[in-house]
Design a protein. Sequence first.
Length: 162
Amino acid sequence: MFGRVSYTRFRVANFHAVCPHIRSGGRNNNKSCVGKSVKKQRPVNLELQTIQFPVTAIASILHRVSGVITFVAVGILLWLLGTSLSSEEGFLRAAEIMDSFIVKFIVWGILVALAYHIVGGIRHLLMDFGYIEEDLATGKRSANLSFIITVVLSILAGVLVW
């Protein structure tokens, strides 16, 4: 019972400190501390095409997207590997699947996503270990460098797939 009394006193004391109108006017007072609305200037219609993200934000978003693509692709590639290793007919079936242009394009996209994810991961590790400074200029340079390395690796992946 002692704990409840002290809690009630604390609660009332804090409430009066936050809302002094209660002591002076009681229930007939028109001022209210509960339900105050604060108007904020918010955009009515946010058009995503007008937002220009910095290079570092684009690099971060693409790193996450490439991670999701790589995660999903592992299941597809493991299925294809399992099919090819199951028997001779399975190998011929997997080779037939890989002969399609669309499948080659998808595999190329998977390899590009994997390459970017690895390059972006190495970039993050280098920043975490202190080999790359974590300021804006260095972040922009390292993001641009990771894009350039990914373009080179995507060309190599295209040569490998086709």
